[in-house]
Design a binder for this molecule. Sequence first.
Ligand SMILES: [Zn+2]
Length: 364
Amino acid sequence: MKIREVISVLEAFAAPQLQEVYDNCGLLTGDASWVCRGVLCTLDVTEAVLKEALDNNCNMVVAHHPIIFKGLKKLTGKTYVERIVIAAIKADIAIYAIHTNLDNIIHGVNGRIAQKLNLQHITTLQPKKEILRKLITYAPTDKANEVVEALFRAGAGYIGNYSECSFTSEGVGTFKAEAGANPYIGDMGKRHYEPETKIEVVYPFYQEAHILNALIASHPYEEVAYDLFSMENSYSNIGTGIIGELKEAIAAEDLLKTLKSTFNCGIIRHTKLSGKPVKKIAVCGGAGSFLISTALQQQADFYITSDIKYHEFFDADEKMILADIGHYESEQFTIDLLYDLLLQKFTTFAVLKTKVSTNPVHYF
Ligand SMILES: [Zn+2]
């Protein structure tokens, strides 16, 4: 099994095209053609994590945070980033980062947090726009079903919690085969009338090449007619943060207690408790102050995130409780997410979770 195959599984789950523009996801050191001897899953790559990988014969580290985030201009070992990159290269360890692309899918970082809190009816807090595209194509009616099936298998037709979404309508197509053509049906040089089915499906932009390949491969015509459209709709499966509901409203103090024990928080910084029970909960693992106004608009009772600055606490405007549970604490279950994903796909090499706590923050 090659490192490349591990990367394929990770990227089928969280497409690298979904990372934010400032991010640096993907293979950061090493070579995708190496044979994978073992994978260590972690939130951060530290020198201790690299040592743990070596001690356990893992030559791949899958991390949430990219150790190379900004451009590196020197590799002299002066900073911890330089030392880790040098050590990984010397030891032939492939480091792969799956960061904001994992934040931007509903079953990613935030999906895990929602699962830990048993949130119901979850949906993306801030869905992304310009993700969806639409394909319209026309197939001879007796072959239309095969084309639709192939498009579904390639990943088209997902809307929210529904798969296999499509629309078909019947009509008649015309064509005349000119010199050099090799028509599937009809005579050369004569206009042909064919009962055709118009097929419409949506898909996320990053699957376009795959979906067009499936269309061409499944369609009987020599020249396949199709139209591609960009859509303005936001896509509820892709975006930042999650909002969902607790099974029943509880006291905010009780939610804080649950958070403190479940996420093993040294401290939780939060805004004033109003005494009103909380039910609608917004979540964003890692630095999430950019979603405070969205959580308010969505009428969240309580917003769980981290890295909130003093003035940002005021932004909750006493309309919702804002809680900073710590960056590492909020994202720690991402390690389980990566581990579970890889463990169910690979059995020929070890998939491990780091035992190192990489949290650089301690509480006194
Ligand atoms: Zn983070």
